[in-house]
Design a protein around this ligand. Structure first.
Ligand code: FAS
Ligand code: PHB
Length: 390
């Protein structure tokens, strides 16, 4: 078969790109190796920048988000047993973030794609990309026991950190930068009301913790854990007791606990691959970069990549000129590296870093005290958290 843009991966990157290109009359196919339900079953991000909201508005998939999303104008940082608020809106002339689960965004984007009748193949196996160093790239895959070939103009590598697109690029054509953190995040989802109306990030000697949410009745919480930990070592009671031990006493006393409806451990890394374009192959989202989730940037970076990539592809098909495509990697990386820096900074500020020695705790204490004595320091945090301009 033939299409204009073959998109590999039906996470937020692939689905959002497919929707924006479809609205511009550009033909696409999405190939996803997992089932639709498996993709919907992944619990991931929760906080959306205004830039992401505006892009979802433009994609025509934000009705439910605008109704159900929780508008947040600030969040707390709890350290030395006390909560301190970062007033995002006051520090950024009225900007805010919205809490709305990535699962729901994926659901809304899938519904839009199904309504558009654009082609999506779930459980597409052994996807292989070839000739992307030419103007006639090809994609092969297996589905229902049949082998298929796609001729296209471009391949969008939206297949995440473990996908095949970045892995298909010759080693001498790509440079990667990586920092793996020596701890993980144990996340738990429960049908219990959040302990606070806004998020609480915790720096405690026992470790980092985060109290977030998905709705007024659905809590999403995390605790820093060892990379060698397993889910079996963390029964619900241990999770809740550890979370309470890291929170200030007043908040701990009001925390309502309940059974986990999802529990998972995620490693943390900072990762960037440069460049993001290889002839007719363009990488976007987690296929090109990973941030530790502390700064709530992963999903939002995927969105800004798709903002740049969709505009460049639309311009190419409108003008026949690939100048904008030639600028894609530079534009996206400029914003990616600033989000990488912020996510690294927030991660090293809030997590226990025993391998860095006792001095790391003293340095964190000094930075947290300075943060809440300085409007300039709070403004730096706030303008990065609400999202830097595209
Ligand atoms: P995704 O990984 O979401 O999607 C890639 C898709 O490609 C997947 O559906 C995959 O099945 C498919 N694929 C892979 N290989 C393929 C192949 N060979 N053929 C076909 N399809 C293939 N971000 C935040 O902002 N806050 C958070 O709290 C947060 N928590 C996270 C927790 C975890 C465990 C993980 C892994 C990520 C988390 N993130 C978080 C980041 C996350 O939200 C990503 O930024 C976001 O999913 C990026 O979207 P995509 O680029 O579409 O990649
Ligand atoms: C979440 O709600 O899953 C979440 C929120 C903020 C973060 C990370 C995760 O920084």
């Amino acid at each position: 078969m033939r299409t204009q843009v073959a998109i590999i991966g039906s996470g937020p990157s692939g689905l959002l790109l497919g929707q924006l290109l479809h609205l511009a009359g550009i033909d696409t196919i999405i190939l996803e190796r997992r089932s639709r339900d498996y993709v919907l079953g992944r619990i991931r991000a929760g906080v959306l920048e205004e830039g992401t909201l505006n892009l979802l508005d433009r994609a025509g998939v934000s009705d439910r988000l605008r109704k159900e999303g929780l508008i947040h104008t600030g969040f707390d940082i709890c350290f030395s047993g006390e909560r301190h608020r970062i007033d995002l809106s006051k520090l950024t002339n009225g900007k805010k973030v919205v809490v709305y689960g990535q699962t729901e965004i994926t659901r809304d984007l899938m519904a839009a794609r199904e309504a558009s009748s654009a082609a999506t193949v779930y459980e597409a196996l052994d996807v292989e990309i070839t000739d992307f160093d030419t103007k006639r790239p090809r994609v092969g895959y297996r589905h229902d026991g049949q082998t298929h070939e796609i001729d296209c103009d471009f391949i969008a590598g939206c297949d995440g950190f473990h996908g095949i697109c970045r892995a298909s690029v010759p080693e001498d054509a790509i440079v990667t930068y990586e920092k793996v953190y020596p701890f993980g995040w144990l996340g738990l989802l429960s049908e219990t009301p959040p302990v606070s109306e806004e998020l609480i990030y915790v720096n405690d000697e026992r470790g980092f913790a985060l109290c977030s949410m998905r709705s007024p009745t659905r809590t999403r919480c995390y605790v820093q854990c060892s990379l060698s930990d397993t889910i079996e070592q963390w029964p619900d009671d241990r999770f809740w007791s550890e979370l309470k031990g890291r929170l200030d006493p007043e908040t701990a006393a009001t925390l309502l606990t309940g059974p986990a409806i999802e529990k998972s451990i995620a490693p943390l890394r900072s990762f960037v691959a440069e460049p993001m374009r290889f002839g007719s192959l363009l990488l976007a989202g987690d296929a090109a970069h990973i941030v530790p989730p502390t700064g709530a940037k992963g999903l939002n970076l995927a969105a800004s990549d798709i903002h740049y990539l969709s505009a460049a592809l639309i311009d190419f098909y409108a003008s026949g000129n690939d100048a904008e495509l030639g600028e894609y990697s530079r534009r996206a990386l400029a914003r990616i590296w600033k989000a990488e820096r912020f996510s690294w900074w927030m991660t090293t500020l809030l997590h226990q870093l025993p391998e860095d020695g006792d001095i790391s705790t003293k340095l964190q204490q000094a930075e947290l005290e300075y943060l809440f004595e300085s409007r300039a320091a709070q403004t730096m945090l706030a303008e990065n958290y609400v999202g830097l301009p595209y």
